[in-house]
Design a protein around this ligand. Structure first.
Ligand SMILES: Cc1cc2nc3c(=O)[nH]c(=O)nc-3n(C[C@H](O)[C@H](O)[C@H](O)COP(=O)(O)O)c2cc1C
Length: 178
C-alpha cells in the first residue's frame, strides 16, 4: 500500500473474525508505535498485550464499557496503552515545562497509538481505539504501576466488516492559511 492508501484504509473496526494474529504482526505494530516521536525523546508510552483468556475475560468484564467489549469480542488481542507520567512535558527541574503538563504524555501516547493503528492497517489488520474504559480496573487487572496513566484499550484483529470512512472536514474547515 502507498502511504496515502494506508491512511485511508485505517478504519475503526467494530466486528472481528475469530482468528489469531501472528506474534510477529503484533510486534510490528508495537515497533511502529515505538518509532513515534515524543517530547525530548522521553518515550513514555507502554503497551500491555492481553493474550491470556483469563485476563481477557477480566478486561472485557471490568475494564471496558460493555458495548466496547462486545464490539471487540473476537479481536485477537487487546493492547492497553499507558504512559509514564511526569516525564513528557516536564523539565529537568521536575516541574511541568508549560501549561500542558501531562497532556504532552497523552499527546505522545496518541502519536504512538496512531502509528500502531496505521501499521496494522498496512498489514490488512483492523483496530479499534477504545477510550471508554475503566482505568482503575485496568491497572488492577494488569498490575500497571502507579506512575503510569492508562490511555486507550486498542483492539487488534482480522476485520469482519469493511466500514465506509465517516465524513471528514474539508481542508478549508480545518485549516487556516494566514
Ligand atoms: C481517543 C479516542 C477514543 C475513542 N474511543 C472509542 C470508544 O470507546 N469506542 C468506539 O467504538 N470508538 C472509539 N473511538 C473511535 C472513533 O469513534 C473513530 O476514530 C471515529 O469515529 C472516526 O472513525 P475512523 O476511526 O473509522 O476513521 C475512539 C477514537 C479515539 C481517537
Amino acid at each position: 500500500m502507498t502511504f496515502e492508501e494506508t491512511l485511508k484504509a485505517r478504519r475503526s473496526i467494530r466486528r472481528y473474525k475469530d482468528e489469531p494474529v501472528a506474534r510477529e504482526q503484533i510486534e510490528a505494530c508495537i515497533q511502529a508505535a515505538i518509532l513515534a516521536p515524543s517530547w525530548k525523546n522521553s518515550q513514555t508510552p507502554r503497551f500491555y498485550i492481553v493474550q491470556s483468556p483469563e485476563i481477557r475475560r477480566q478486561v472485557d468484564q471490568d475494564g471496558l464499557a460493555p458495548f466496547n467489549a462486545k464490539n471487540a469480542e473476537n479481536a485477537a488481542v487487546l493492547v492497553v496503552m499507558t504512559f509514564v507520567r511526569d516525564k513528557s512535558g516536564w523539565g529537568n527541574d521536575g516541574q511541568p515545562a508549560n501549561e500542558g503538563g501531562n497532556s504532552w504524555g497523552w499527546f505522545d501516547l496518541g502519536l504512538a497509538c496512531e502509528n500502531f493503528c496505521l501499521q496494522a492497517a498496512d498489514l490488512g489488520l483492523g483496530t479499534l481505539i477504545m477510550g471508554i474504559r475503566d482505568e482503575a480496573a485496568l491497572k488492577r487487572i494488569l498490575g500497571i504501576p502507579e506512575n503510569e496513566v492508562a490511555g486507550p484499550v486498542v483492539a487488534l484483529g482480522h476485520p469482519d466488516i469493511d466500514p465506509v470512512m465517516p465524513t471528514r472536514h474539508d481542508l478549508a474547515d480545518a485549516a487556516k492559511f494566514e
